[in-house]
Design a protein. Structure first.
Length: 421
């Protein structure tokens, strides 16, 4: 038996630099690059759509000074230190900043091990990651074309969003006019100085949507997994009514049917419908799911690695969910950078309770700034076999695209009342 503490034999690998890079190729991204004394670098994503500079400041002004000199390999300790030592816990800005650090440290650890990150998370539990794409249309012919295009691209699961008669601008519809002249769909943040005002009427939406799903099922048959995003707009009883009305069309999930910071609302929805429920893209900790998971009020966890404290926190959240047969549906819009997306893919591949992964393609400029190793073949994603996350940041390219103010839209009802967007 040795009397020496093994800790004394292991040399820490010190963090010598942490740089916050804000770049706006097709949209704004906040990237953290951590460098160790032996020259290994890791990337983390801290992008928070429409509030990017708050995370950049949180990192630059308050987190980077705490990182210098720390041991890059003590990831759990860094996570707990950043979460607990701030005293002020949770919130999207804080948790995106912690996520950026956490993912960058996992990238470093996996590079140091010479392995793709998923290997450190237990290795692959499957051969590929089922992705869903976003089809949309202002009317049925346009929607059908969009679904066909996605099927041609290889997608095997499709989210369906549609315009609603009497409403001018509805979330998720690619071809409707956008205030900044760009394609409007999954890139709803617009590069304009004030948030665009959109209109909403839940009764019109509830009347229109079941007919659209009926038409889609008639056209594309019973097998294709179909998803829909309610984007937080319904009351519990409205959501219950929609879930019931959609039951004949066998949805894979109905997402964000209510603004779920009131977790108990889902109890009411659940009593009325067997349509599977997905929630949580705006959540940022496991606590936001406590009632939802324990009482089995949802079927899919929608958190993003980028907004929920990184790999470390997501792993715990998804392991908790697994005890209740609740699966992952990790948020993957374009406002998650390729770095955040890669982190999600490594986790998707490793966890047992994988459900589905949202996948929207980034623009060409984004792919110039972030060089990626993931693949998308026949509807399945794979993070690739490069050591670490498999993403490299071209800092020269990033510097060509300075931050551009951009805001998500907001909703008003017909009488002028601000509504959930
Ligand atoms: O509107 O990420 O399911 N996906 C979504 C996204 C969100 C954006 C907001 O930044 O709801 O498109
Ligand atoms: Co959503």
């Amino acid at each position: 038996m040795t009397t020496e503490h093994p800790e004394e034999e292991r040399h820490p690998v010190k963090i010598v630099a942490a740089d916050v890079i804000v770049s706006s190729p097709d949209r704004n991204f906040v990237t953290l690059k951590i460098t160790t004394e032996d020259g290994v670098t890791g990337l983390g994503d801290g992008t928070l759509n429409g509030r990017e500079l708050s995370v950049a400041s949180y990192l630059r002004d308050h987190v980077v000074p705490l990182l210098i000199g720390r041991d890059a390999h003590r990831i759990e300790d860094a996570w707990q230190f950043l979460y607990r030592s701030a005293y002020w816990r949770r919130g999207p800005v804080t948790m995106a900043a912690i996520a950026a650090v956490d993912v960058a440290l996992w990238d470093i650890k996996a590079k140091a091990a010479g392995m793709p990150l998923y290997q450190l998370l237990g290795g692959a539990s499957r051969t590929g990651i089922m992705a869903y794409g976003h089809a949309s249309g202002r009317d049925l012919p346009e929607l059908f074309d969009s679904i066909r295009r996605h099927l041609d691209e290889g997608y095997r699961s499709i989210r369906v969003q549609t315009s609603v008669p009497g409403i001018n601008a509805v979330y998720g519809v690619a071809s409707q006019p956008s205030a900044d002249g760009r394609r409007y769909d999954y890139e709803p943040a617009q590069r304009i100085p004030l948030p665009a005002e959109e209109d909403w009427d839940t009764r019109s939406y509830l009347r229109h949507l079941p007919g659209v799903f009926e038409a889609v099922r008639n056209e594309f048959g019973p097998e294709l997994p179909l998803l829909h995003d309610g984007h937080h707009r319904m009351t519990p009883i409205q959501a219950a009514k929609l879930g019931k009305a959609l039951e004949p069309y066998d949805l894979f999930w109905l997402e964000d049917c209510t603004p779920a910071e009131n977790q108990e609302a889902l109890r009411l929805v659940r009593q009325h419908t067997t349509t599977p429920l997905a929630i949580g893209e705006v959540f940022n900790t496991v606590w936001d799911y406590q009632t939802l998971i324990r009482e089995q009020l949802i079927d899919y966890v929608r958190s993003a690695v980028t907004h929920t404290g990184g790999i470390t926190a997501m792993r715990k959240l998804l392991d908790f969910a697994a005890q209740y047969q609740i699966k992952s549906g990790i948020h993957g819009p374009t406002d998650i950078s390729p770095v955040g997306m890669a982190a999600a893919l490594h986790l998707d591949l490793a966890i047992h309770n994988f459900g589905i992964q949202e996948y929207m393609r980034h623009g060409a400029l984004t792919n110039e700034v972030f060089r990626q190793s993931f693949t998308f073949v026949d509807g399945y994603l794979h993070p690739g076999e490069q050591p670490g996350l498999g993403v490299e940041l071209d800092e020269e390219a990033a510097a060509k695209f300075p931050y551009v103010p951009a805001y998500l839209p907001f909703n008003r009802l017909q009488d002028g009342t601000v509504h959930d967007w």
